[in-house]
Design a protein. Structure first.
Length: 340
């Protein structure tokens, strides 16, 4: 089960605390997963809203600092062992990846439609599957390979330049009329879209790194030190572009940090209630939630290209998730049969 959760990209701090799922509890697990999806959507909406005035780098640095401060309050009384790290090189790589993920992620949320960013984030399992084959030497059979290829084709569909921010017809008309803003505007939207895809890749690489680091280091250290690096690096950079938050914005930043904590706790409780393979697909409720928030809060109407790409990505990653769960059950059944 834990290997399956790692393949889905579940944080190491959760992996260490997930026991073998008891029988029953499916409804509770689904409710917790939906709750986690709501919290993640709230986080995205807050980042998008706050990022319209506050620099995304500043916002990411402040949030990381709040998280580190809260974690330290719980870790310090339990002794230095929770902070000890053996694989510093790999943890340094994870720290740099997390810094990029936070800084670039907050920026893309501030300039791209929430629905698009959410859809592209679900490509992480595709990249994890690919990296598992290239780096970890795992075997990927034909059906998962085809699902992975389909998922990446879905990414290409969402990246159709005129489907980002401009309707295809509008962009074509602008270009045909010789208007200077036609093609340029589409390309301006394409650059952060490519960054959003690179964030999913960085998250997948981070998962592979965590898999190696977690063999010898504690999950608390794996989470604490990279977040401290994010707070220091992005916090230092934000000093040069600092915009003083208003009292309301400070309150929303606290809510942002609380939503992140609530999302993690909800994920944990969802996986405690029942088998991971049964509840993980319900995380895809984030896609319609993001679409709804985008339409009604930010007046962002998803294009047909983005909607079609999101459907392809969701379908392929859902298939891979179900396939992983089925293979995991087969392996456990075989182990039970082999036991004397």
């Amino acid at each position: 089960m834990k290997q399956y959760l790692l393949r889905l990209g579940v944080p190491a701090v959760i992996l260490d605390r997930v026991p073998r799922a008891p029988r029953g509890g499916l409804v509770r697990g689904i409710l917790w997963m939906v709750s986690a999806s709501v919290c993640v959507t709230v986080m995205g909406a807050l980042v998008k809203s706050l990022g319209q005035r506050l620099p995304p780098v500043q916002l990411a640095g402040v949030r990381a600092a709040v998280m580190v401060a809260v974690m330290a309050l719980f870790m310090v009384p339990k002794g230095p062992e929770l902070f000890r790290v053996r694989r510093w090189r790999l943890l340094t790589i994870r720290s740099l990846l997390l810094t990029f993920i936070n800084g670039a992620g907050f920026w893309t949320l501030s300039v791209l439609p929430l629905f698009f960013v959410t859809a592209v984030s679900f490509t992480k399992p595709l990249f994890i599957t690919l990296l598992a084959a290239l780096v970890l030497g795992e075997t990927i059979r034909l059906r998962r390979t085809l699902a992975m290829v389909a998922g990446f084709l879905g990414v290409l569909v969402t990246l159709v330049p005129h489907g980002l921010g401009l309707e295809a017809g509008q962009a074509a008309a602008a270009g045909a009329a010789g208007e200077p803003g036609g093609g340029a505007a589409a390309m301006v939207r394409l650059v952060p879209a490519l960054v959003a895809v690179s964030i999913a890749l960085a998250m997948a690489v981070s998962v592979v790194v965590v898999k190696r680091v977690s063999e010898v280091d504690r999950p608390t250290a794996i989470v604490f030190w990279p977040n401290l690096a994010v707070a220091v690096l992005l916090g230092s950079a934000s000093l040069f572009i600092w915009v003083p938050p208003t009292p309301l914005e400070w309150l929303l930043i606290v809510v942002l940090a609380a939503a992140g904590w609530a999302a993690q706790q909800s994920f944990l409780r969802a996986y405690r209630c029942t088998e991971a393979g049964l509840v993980a697909p319900f995380e895809y409720v984030r896609i319609p939630l993001a679409a709804g928030v985008g339409v009604f809060v930010f007046a962002e109407i998803p294009t047909w290209w983005t909607a079609a790409g999101a459907a392809i990505i969701a379908g392929s990653t859902l298939y891979i998730a179900r396939r992983e769960a089925a293979l995991g059950k087969t392996a456990r059944a075989r182990d039970d049969t082999d036991d004397p």
